[in-house]
Ligand binder design. Structure first.
Ligand SMILES: C[S@@+](CC[C@H](N)C(=O)[O-])C[C@H]1O[C@@H](n2cnc3c(N)ncnc32)[C@H](O)[C@@H]1O
Length: 278
C-alpha cells in the first residue's frame, strides 16, 4: 500500500478505536482517490492533512470504506435456492428443538435480515411448523442498525420483493414502505464489529450456535488475512449441519473445503459438515 494510504488507515484506526487497516488495498486506494477528487485536492498527502483537521472528514471516509449498499432479495436466485432446499431441511431437522437461529452479519439497513425473515415465515407457513425464530442482524454502523429497527424503506430498495410479498409483509407509508411488525419481531438488531479481535459472534446471541449465517458482500472488501480471520469466526459460530450464505464474489478459503459442502452449483450456499472442524 502507498505510504499515505497506510497512514490514513492507521489514523482512522486510532481515531475510532476500530480496525480500518484490514480493508483491502484496492478499496482503500479507490475510496481515497474518490475523496481527493471530490475535494479537488492535489493528492493523498494533502488529503491526509485535511482528514486530520476537518472534524467531519473521518466519519465521511469511514462511511465510504464501509460500503453500505444493500437491497431486498439481492441475488434472487440465492434466496430461491434457500427457500426451496435449505429452509425446508432446516425446519425439519435443525429446528427439532423448536429453535431456528440465524445471523445476518454486516446487515446494512436490515434488507437482508428482512428478506431472510420473509423466506423463513413463508416456509414455516407452507410446512405448518412454527419453531421460535431468532435472527440476529448485526453491523458496525449504528445508523444502519437504526434504519433496520425503524423498518422503513424507499421503493428503490424493494426491487426483489414480489407483489404478493409487498401485500403480505409491507404497508405503504408516505413515499416508502414499512415492514410488518411480524417480520420486525423476528429480528434483533445489535452492533457487532466483525473485525473486533476479541469476539467471534455477537455477544447478544450468547456466542453463536447458528443454524444459518448470511455474510454477503462484506468479506470481498477485506485483505486476505482479515478475510481468513473473519471466516474462521463465522465457521466457529455455525452449527454442524448449518448453512452459510456468501456473496457472489466471495469464496470458501482452501482450508475449509473439506468442512463446508457446496449445496448447489450456483448460489454460494454451503452446509457445514457434521464433523466440521478446521
Ligand atoms: C455492501 S454492505 C452488505 C449488506 C448486505 N450483507 C448485502 O449483501 O446486501 C456491507 C456492510 O458491511 C458493514 N461493515 C463494514 N465493516 C464492518 C465491520 N468491521 N463489521 C461489521 N460490519 C461491517 C457496512 O457497514 C455495510 O453495512
Amino acid at each position: 500500500m502507498g505510504e499515505p494510504v497506510v497512514e490514513i488507515l492507521s489514523f482512522l484506526t486510532d481515531y475510532f478505536g476500530e480496525d480500518f487497516q484490514s480493508y483491502s488495498q484496492s478499496l482503500a486506494e479507490k475510496r481515497i482517490a474518490e475523496r481527493v477528487k471530490q475535494l479537488r485536492l492535489p493528492g493523498q498527502t494533502e488529503y491526509h492533512q485535511f482528514l486530520r483537521h476537518d472534524p467531519g472528514e473521518p466519519a465521511c471516509l469511514a462511511r465510504m470504506l464501509r460500503i453500505r449498499f444493500s437491497s431486498f432479495f439481492r441475488d434472487p436466485l440465492q434466496f430461491e435456492l434457500l427457500r426451496s432446499q435449505i429452509m425446508t431441511s432446516l425446519s425439519s431437522t435443525q429446528s427439532q428443538g423448536g429453535f431456528l437461529r440465524c445471523w445476518s452479519a454486516a446487515c446494512a439497513g436490515g434488507e437482508e435480515a428482512c428478506s431472510l425473515a420473509i423466506v423463513i415465515d413463508e416456509t414455516m407457513q407452507l410446512l405448518e411448523v412454527c419453531p421460535t425464530v431468532q435472527i440476529f442482524a448485526t453491523d458496525v454502523a449504528e445508523d444502519a442498525l437504526e434504519i433496520g429497527r425503524a423498518g422503513y424503506y424507499a421503493p428503490g430498495s424493494l426491487g426483489g420483493v414480489t407483489l404478493r410479498q409487498l401485500g403480505a409483509y409491507f404497508t405503504p407509508e408516505g413515499s416508502g414502505y414499512r415492514v410488518s411488525p411480524k417480520i420486525l419481531s423476528m429480528i434483533s438488531y445489535c452492533r457487532h464489529d466483525l473485525l473486533d479481535p476479541n469476539t467471534y459472534a455477537p455477544p447478544e446471541s450468547l456466542f453463536g450456535g447458528f443454524d444459518l449465517i448470511s455474510c454477503r458482500n462484506f468479506l470481498m472488501y477485506l485483505d486476505p488475512q482479515a478475510y481468513l480471520r473473519v471466516f474462521d469466526n463465522l465457521f466457529r459460530a455455525l452449527n454442524p449441519g448449518g448453512v452459510l450464505l456468501l456473496g457472489k464474489a466471495e469464496a470458501v478459503p482452501d482450508r475449509y473445503h473439506a468442512h463446508l459442502a457446496r449445496i448447489f452449483e450456483c448460489g454460494n450456499l454451503y452446509r457445514k459438515l457434521q464433523t466440521g472442524r478446521a
